[in-house]
Write a protein that binds this ligand. Structure first.
Ligand code: AMP
Length: 414
């Protein structure tokens, strides 16, 4: 089955075309046929289309809206110039899987999209006002272009719906939860679920025996405590702002700081929130960049003090979270690094793990250095009580698999 995975943002569209035939997946072979993105939708348009191992196309072409963006992608996939042998026409794309950011308390797992589901995603707009409307636009655009083929929604929040009350409730007046559903939802759920699944596949463990702490360290960062295969705590909250230090987000802070900045700097609450989301984190501390690779180069090669400080704060916060999740879980078997930073930076992994030697973490320095560019496996010393893994994430593959599974389940058997 060929599944088009769409991740629609407010001004961008990312896609992957994935073949989910069972043989390739069983061998964990790369099932991706094509991928790419369209940026600056509604403006100049930067189009990148890549047929894996075959062709690539880059251009600056104005793209009016989300529907035009999806059309651009689909027209290219089905064209001869793309060189994708598996797709001769639209009919060879069998289903669409959408990444949907917020599923609130309603969506605990991936679902096939019906009118009712669409209303449910709309109801969650107030929880994710920037993201869910863009996801809905993508669903409607695909529906117009493809007619009635199955579409599935895979939610960033769904995996964390197993959090117990004590982990998801804030210590606020309870009626705020009742009235407005203010609680911890958590994000990056598809990534945490994927690496937990890979972990148990590598170790050949039943799901109930998966007790790990997963760290998704990319431009956005979050950490999850996974006990008995379920997420029992995670660092992002009502929105993705809470938790670890990120590229441009502050992560945890004293809530009173918002009023303080507002009055000192003459900013509205909305403006302070934008500052916390877009001008803080690694970028805010260093004053240089939100890009960890650049920051490491500045710190190591130019000896930039604030670049070093940003890295230190980033790693310190991550180590503290690991310690607290070990307490929340009453121990774990392993920690797992993923995301652009987690998969590629031996230095960041080392700095985070250094502070945890007391807990039994021991990195094999040489092994750690050798893990970049998609390598999967263990980087801790064999005897360590708490193992350390690097597992590259693949949210799109999970979205494609969920979509294929849901279609299989919806077909009458016999
Ligand atoms: P993501 O959002 O998962 O694509 O991750 C993006 C982040 O990963 C950026 O901060 C990149 O600088 C960082 N990154 C990618 N490769 C490396 C690397 N080799 N060393 C350090 N950071 C990296």
């Amino acid at each position: 089955m060929n599944i088009l995975v769409l991740n629609c943002g407010s001004s961008s569209l990312k896609f992957q075309l994935i073949a989910t035939d069972l043989e390739r997946i069983a061998n964990n072979k790369d099932a991706r046929l094509a991928h790419g993105q369209i940026e600056r939708i509604g403006g100049a348009g930067i189009v990148t289309l890549i047929a894996d191992g075959k062709t690539s196309h880059r251009s600056a072409t104005p793209v009016r809206d989300t529907k035009s963006a999806v059309e651009t992608v689909v027209r290219w996939i089905a064209s001869e110039t793309s060189g994708i042998d598996e797709i001769k026409s639209l009919a060879d794309i069998h289903a669409i899987g959408h990444r949907v950011v917020h599923g609130g308390e309603r969506f605990r797992q991936s679902v096939l999209i019906t009118e009712e589901v669409l209303c449910g995603i709309e109801d969650c707009i107030e929880l994710a006002p920037l993201h869910n409307p863009a996801n809905i636009k993508g669903i409607l655009a695909a529906r117009e272009i493809f007619g009635g083929i199955p579409q599935a929604a895979v939610f960033d929040t769904a995996f964390h719906q197993t959090l117990p009350e004590k982990a998801y409730l804030y210590a606020l007046p309870y009626q705020l939860y009742r009235r407005h559903k203010i609680r911890r939802y958590g994000f990056h759920g598809t990534s945490h679920r994927y690496v937990a699944y890979r972990y148990r596949t590598i170790l050949n463990l039943p799901r109930e025996q998966v007790n790990v702490i997963t760290l998704h360290l990319g431009n956005g960062c979050s950490i999850a405590a996974i006990k008995g295969g379920n997420s029992i705590d995670t660092s992002m909250g009502l929105t993705p702002l809470e938790g670890l230090v990120m590229g441009t987000r502050s992560g945890d802070l004293d809530a009173a700081i918002i009023e303080f900045i507002s009055s000192k700097e003459g900013l509205t609450v909305q403006e302070v929130e934008t500052l916390l989301n877009t001008q803080s984190g690694l970028l805010g501390i260093s004053g240089l960049t939100n890009d960890m690779r650049e920051l490491l180069a500045e710190a190591n090669e130019s000896g930039d003090r604030r670049a070093r400080l940003a890295i230190e704060i980033f790693c310190y916060r991550a180590s503290k979270y690991i310690g607290s999740y070990l307490a929340a879980m009453n121990g774990a078997e392993a920690i797992v690094f993923t995301g652009g930073i987690g998969e590629n930076s031996a230095e960041i992994r080392r700095l985070i793990c250094e502070r945890l030697s007391w807990l039994g973490i021991e990195l094999d320095a040489q092994l750690n250095e050798s893990f970049t560019g998609g390598r999967e496996g263990v980087i801790g010393a064999d005897a360590a009580r708490l193992k350390v893994y690097v597992i590259p994430t693949n949210e799109e593959l999970l979205i494609a698999r969920d979509t294929a599974r849901l279609i299989g389940e919806s077909k009458p058997s016999g």
